[in-house]
Ligand binder design. Structure first.
Ligand SMILES: Cc1cc2nc3c(=O)[nH]c(=O)nc-3n(C[C@H](O)[C@H](O)[C@H](O)COP(=O)(O)O)c2cc1C
Length: 197
């Protein structure tokens, strides 16, 4: 089984970095190999350009996008890790989704509407928020984050998705952080291994 981790947080000292480290340790424990796509470290160019649109219309892609699509195609599991910014993903990740998961690669439109092309794959999304779980539930913003990345993006493409947000991360104590990291490990340990792998 192979995984692709798409990581979108700047710097190196965030809680997302701690989550990343627990994800890689857990994958190694499960003997799952992985490719790490650290978008800030890669200096990924996130702007979907007119040239990108022309290529999509012609059924081709630029070399940087082709190599990302090959990694996604080869992976059985996609793990996304990012902080919630304005109830969505950081721009660098939004741009990765725009440019890599193109019409023709990630989905197609058939006579009955859109059809996801990335089936038989699992995805796990870990996000962090400053806002507390209680306040997000009260405002409904928790479902905004989830609906956008789970229903509107990864399920649309065909992935079987597990989603976990860790709330109020700048404010919680060490015991709560340890509990969050054990949840990360439990989620990774619970993924379905394809038969024969
Ligand atoms: C540009 C920007 C936008 C943000 N928007 C939100 C938001 O919409 N909701 C929220 O709860 N926190 C928001 N935050 C706070 C981050 O989510 C928070 O700092 C992060 O989850 C902490 O995790 P980390 O230690 O991995 O950075 C925002 C932070 C930045 C820099």
């Amino acid at each position: 089984m192979k995984a692709c981790i798409v990581f979108a947080q700047e710097g190196k000292d965030s809680f997302c970095h701690v989550i990343l480290s627990r994800v890689t340790q857990s994958l190694e424990k499960e003997q799952i190999t992985y490719e790490l796509r650290d978008l800030y470290q890669m200096n990924f160019q996130p702007v979907f350009t007119a040239e990108d649109m022309q290529r999509v219309e012609q059924g081709t892609s630029s070399d940087d996008i082709q190599s990302e699509q090959t990694i996604i195609t080869d992976a059985d599991l996609l793990v996304m890790i990012y902080p919630v910014w304005w109830w969505s993903a950081p721009a660098i990740l939004k741009g990765y989704i725009d440019r890599v998961f193109t019409n023709g690669f990630a989905f197609r439109y058939g006579s009955d509407g859109p059809v996801g092309q990335l089936t038989n794959k699992q995805a796990i999304v870990f996000t962090t928020t400053r806002e507390s779980a209680e306040r997000m539930a009260a405002t409904g913003l928790d479902s905004v984050i989830k609906k956008q990345i789970v229903d509107g993006t990864l399920q649309f493409m065909g992935f079987d998705v597990t989603y976990q947000n860790f709330a109020a991360v700048p404010y919680v104590d060490d015991a709560a952080r340890r509990n969050m990291l054990s949840q990360v490990e439990t989620i990774i340990a619970g993924i379905r291994q394809p038969i024969g792998v």
